[in-house]
Structures are given as structure tokens and as C-alpha cells.
Design a protein around this ligand. Structure first.
Ligand SMILES: *[C@@H]1O[C@H](CO)[C@@H](O)[C@H](O)[C@H]1NC(C)=O
Ligand SMILES: CC(=O)N[C@H]1CO[C@H](CO)[C@@H](O)[C@@H]1O
Length: 292
């Protein structure tokens, strides 16, 4: 990230950030600096000098934010602590998206559940306006008990979804085989909490229990090791290679990915032959672990 203009009142905090920035790890996200609250009429709140952000949902409305910057490629991290207790019917989102009818999008959506029942992490990728590439996972921990890091690696070769550094999904660039890949449209980072009880929990069978409202999800430590798109161009120099810009899965990560896909995958569009009676989408013929 290019600059560090924190609007905090504490001199000590400013000094600490300045030192962090000078030594090259200017990564302490500040929601005042990095995000705009875009909807929800006061239901999204930035707290603790910009270190925390809460999204809330009640019967009248949810809430949402979007990043001030647009990015074209990067490693984007956010820590989230999801709606605790009975979160059935609620959806917390964290995603990248460009705009318009042929937009690109890389989605994490967290589908709530009854108390003690597992959340589902729903992922999808849109290229040029077309999605239909859902994969869903359970988590190997309770995502409401603490913060966990959800990351999107996006470079010209691949998109990798990570949970606490463990890859859960890979979508490789297969343009050479005629499959579109998001790589020309800069995207913003979005997050929101909204009611989706028409489909979210057990396919819509379980409705939101509004007696538990307001529902709250908390975000912190946004980090964009990313190329910022400004006035029609990227602030990353072609020649400078960032670690994430060519990152792919090493063999250890591939093993982790296989472990997740074997033990925690709930749904894979590439296995849904009923949904695609004319044949699975083309990218599914290349495998979803190593090559896709
Ligand atoms: C909610 O819990 C039920 C029962 O364990 C499970 O079948 C479902 O996949 C869980 N998650 C969602 C989002 O429905
Ligand atoms: C995760 C995944 O989609 N794996 C598939 C890889 O390809 C083999 C053979 O086509 C499938 O059986 C797996 O399901």
C-alpha cells in the first residue's frame, strides 16, 4: 500500500505506524483510511481508532462497506469473526468485484446456521458477468469464536482462496484453453451482512430468527498487498515482482488443499452433473486441485 495517512488522534499510535511504514510493513489496516461505509444507515460502525469494523443486520436492513481503492491483482487479507449463536438465514460476505454487467468477482460468503450447527463457506468466481462456479466448504473450527484470516490471492496466473493460510480453492488461468479469467478489470473489496433466508441455511428451510437481532459480524486487520489502480493505471511497476504476483501452490499447499477438499467440501459445481446435463463447464475437465 502506497501511503499511510492515518487519522488517529493518538500521537503514540501515529509514531508506531510511521515506524512500521518506514520499515516496510505498513500493513496495519485502518478502516477509516481503507473503506467507505456504503449502506445500512449507521449499522456498520468503525471502532477503536479504525482498527475494528462491525457490520450489523436487523429486520429493517443489513449493512456494507467497500474499499476506497480499486486493485488489479494482489494478496488481500481480512480477519473476520462471524455472527455468533443462531445466525441462520444471515450471510456475511467478503469479496472482490468490478462493476457493470460484464463484471468480474471473487467471492467468499459465509452462510449462517442454527446455534452449534456449522457455517458454510460459499465461494464463487465471476468472469465477464458469468458466475455459476460455486464451491462450498465447512470449516475445521468455529468461525464465531474468534477472528480468522480469509485471503484472496489474485494474480495473472491463478486465484487462490485461503483460510488461515490453508488453500481451500484454486482457479487457474486457463485462457490458453479458451476459458475466461478475470484479469483486466480492477476490483474493489466489499463486505456486507444481510438477510438471505430464502436460500442460505439448508437451502432456505431455516429462516432468520429476528428475536436474536441485531446480528453482528466483526472485521479487523485488512491487508492489501496489492496493485492499486488509479487514473487508469496500476501503481505496480511491471519490473517489480512481488512475492504474491507469481505465487502458485507448492506441494505442501497442494496436500493441504486436497485435505480440505476431501474432508470439508460440501458442494462442487464441477461434480454437479444434474445441474449441467449438457456437460460440465469446460474448466471442470481440468482438475480442481492441481491444475484448476
Ligand atoms: C447447517 O446445519 C445443517 C445440519 O447440520 C447442515 O446440513 C447445513 O449444511 C449447515 N449449514 C448451512 C449453511 O445450511
Ligand atoms: C476436486 C475435483 O474436482 N477432483 C476431480 C479431479 O478429476 C477426477 C477425474 O476426472 C475427478 O474424479 C475428481 O472429482
Amino acid at each position: 500500500m502506497a501511503s499511510c495517512n492515518y487519522s488517529t488522534s493518538s500521537n503514540a499510535a501515529v509514531l508506531r505506524l510511521l515506524i512500521l511504514c518506514i520499515f516496510g510493513s505498513c500493513s496495519a489496516g485502518n478502516f477509516f483510511k481503507d473503506f467507505d461505509i456504503t449502506w445500512g444507515d449507521g449499522r456498520a460502525k468503525i471502532l477503536d481508532n479504525g482498527k475494528l469494523l462491525t457490520l450489523s443486520l436487523d429486520k429493517a436492513s443489513g449493512s456494507g462497506i467497500q474499499s476506497k481503492n480499486e486493485y488489479l491483482f494482489g494478496m488481500i487479507d481480512m480477519q473476520l469473526k462471524l455472527v455468533p449463536g443462531n445466525s441462520a438465514g444471515t450471510v456475511t460476505t467478503y469479496y472482490l468485484s468490478s462493476q457493470g454487467p460484464t463484471h468480474d468477482e471473487i467471492d467468499f460468503e459465509f452462510l449462517g446456521n442454527l446455534s452449534g450447527e456449522p457455517y458454510i463457506v460459499h465461494t464463487n468466481i465471476y468472469t465477464q458477468g458469468k458466475g455459476d462456479k460455486e464451491q462450498q466448504f465447512y470449516l475445521w473450527f468455529d468461525p464465531t469464536a474468534d477472528f480468522h484470516t480469509y485471503s484472496i490471492l489474485w494474480n495473472p496466473r491463478t486465484i487462490i482462496f485461503y483460510v488461515d493460510g490453508t488453500p481451500i480453492r484454486v482457479f487457474n488461468n486457463l485462457e490458453s484453453r479458451g476459458i475466461p479469467f478475470p484479469k483486466n478489470q480492477p476490483m474493489r473489496v466489499y463486505s456486507s451482512l444481510w438477510n438471505a433466508d430464502g436460500w442460505a441455511t439448508r437451502g432456505g428451510l431455516i429462516k432468520t430468527d429476528w428475536s436474536g437481532a441485531p446480528f453482528t459480524a466483526t472485521l479487523r486487520n485488512f491487508k492489501a498487498n496489492a496493485c492499486v489502480w488509479k487514473s487508469g493505471k496500476s501503481d505496480c511497476k511491471k519490473s517489480s515482482t512481488k512475492p504474491w504476483s507469481s505465487q502458485e501452490l507448492d506441494s505442501e499447499s497442494q496436500e493441504r488443499l486436497k485435505w480440505v477438499q476431501k474432508n470439508y467440501m460440501v458442494y462442487n459445481y464441477c461434480a454437479d452433473t444434474k445441474r449441467f446435463p449438457q456437460g460440465l463447464p469446460q474448466e471442470c475437465t481440468f482438475n480442481t486441485t492441481s491444475t484448476n
